[in-house]
Design a protein around this ligand. Structure first.
Ligand SMILES: Cc1cc2nc3c(=O)[nH]c(=O)nc-3n(C[C@H](O)[C@H](O)[C@H](O)COP(=O)(O)OP(=O)(O)OC[C@H]3O[C@@H](n4cnc5c(N)ncnc54)[C@H](O)[C@@H]3O)c2cc1C
Length: 318
């Protein structure tokens, strides 16, 4: 039986198409959310649930999906989301296909509360002095955009040099928010690098090439350390905490690349598979947009070498 139609409670006030498959959606809820004493209605890094009814095929009913919030918690006005059209969806009623039919002024469903613990506050804590290395693939940059925007809403002169945003996409035009982020490099000390995996097809691109997780290839770590002003071998949990947002490939490869530096993923079953003692704190956090296991922990050919690397790394760095 098709689920009951959703009662729309928000309006899509603006849709900005960055490419055919990437768009910023600005959605205004009918009822303003409740705010805390400092004017925030959520914590940067959280997500909301967006939904729509399938009007063309009502028998398919409605669909709801989680979407990271890209606007700042302190912002007035519409809530912003950065969304990819999923060309090969898994479900028969994909939300992104309904969203791509919507235009400015159309009605939509937005669950009026934010959720999730992929926040600085819920992970390392706001007072943590370490670098916050934000690893984003595609639309996975949304929570990080919210975090830096929130810093600026709270203090327009905020020093953003603790934030290191690494953003990967297939093509240069897919690097959403690039102008805003480059501006913050100039004005607020943000460390931001974009990288494109199809650099050969991007004639105007002069930045980094490759997938975002490749910044942590053992052979490239020294370069990252140089960019961050760290000594060689200094990219460890003493200097940085890692936040990754996107699909399994980005998360899994970043984890495996950083095991030799003693970065401990914040997921119980992965920690256990890697033999991390319970007392060792996690320092690599992730928000996953798909459902593939980030690491194939059932496969000893995968876990055994990682366990050995982790034990050696913890002895050396932790
Ligand atoms: C906490 C959370 C936050 C999310 N935030 C965002 C966001 O800010 N922006 C966003 O675009 N998506 C986000 N997603 C993914 C989103 O919820 C949907 O899975 C996605 O939009 C596809 O939904 P669909 O109904 O169109 O396709 P479905 O038929 O439901 O297909 C789902 C599959 O699409 C794939 N997929 C999901 N997201 C992407 C993506 N970005 N690029 C390529 N393939 C993808 C995955 O394999 C996933 O299993 C988030 C997911 C979670 C769990």
């Amino acid at each position: 039986m098709a689920p009951k139609p959703l009662v729309y409670n928000a309006t899509l006030v603006q849709r900005i198409d960055l490419t055919d498959a990437l768009a910023i959606f600005r959605i205004q809820p009918d009822q303003p959310a409740e705010r805390n004493a400092r004017g925030a209605w959520f914590t940067a890094g959280q997500y909301c649930v967006i939904g729509a009814n399938n009007d063309e095929k009502p028998e398919l009913g409605s669909v709801r999906r989680s979407m990271s919030i890209a606007s700042a918690p302190e912002d007035d006005g519409p809530i912003e989301f950065y969304i990819r059209f999923v060309a090969k969806p898994e479900s028969e009623n994909p939300l992104t296909h309904l969203l791509w039919k919507k235009k400015d002024g159309d009605r939509i469903y937005l669950r009026p509360v934010a959720a999730g613990v992929f926040t600085v506050e819920d992970t390392i804590g706001a007072a943590d002095p370490r670098l916050r290395v934000m690893v984003a693939a595609g639309t996975g940059s949304a929570p990080f955009v919210s975090m830096v925007r929130s810093e600026l809403r709270r203090d327009p002169k905020a020093d953003l040099s603790k934030y290191v945003l690494l953003h990967g996409a297939s093509y240069d035009q897919d690097l959403g928010y690039r102008d805003e982020l480059l501006g913050l490099v100039e004005t607020h000390g943000l460390r931001y690098w974009g990288t494109v995996s199809r650099a050969k097809d991007c004639p105007a691109w002069t930045g980094d090439a490759g997938r975002v997780e490749a910044y942590f290839d053992p052979a490239r770590l020294a370069d990252l350390e140089r960019r961050l002003g760290l000594p060689e071998g200094g990219f460890t949990p003493k200097a940085a905490a890692i936040f990754i947002c996107g699909l399994q490939g980005t998360i899994g490869t970043t984890i495996t690349n950083l095991v030799p530096r003693a970065f401990v993923p914040d997921q119980k079953r992965v920690r256990e598979a890697l033999g991390v003692p319970a007392a060792v704190p996690s320092n690599l956090f992730f928000e996953q947009y798909d459902t593939e296991p980030v690491i194939d922990i059932k496969n000893p050919a995968v876990t055994e070498p990682l366990r050995a690397q982790m034990a050696a790394a913890l002895a050396k760095y932790a």
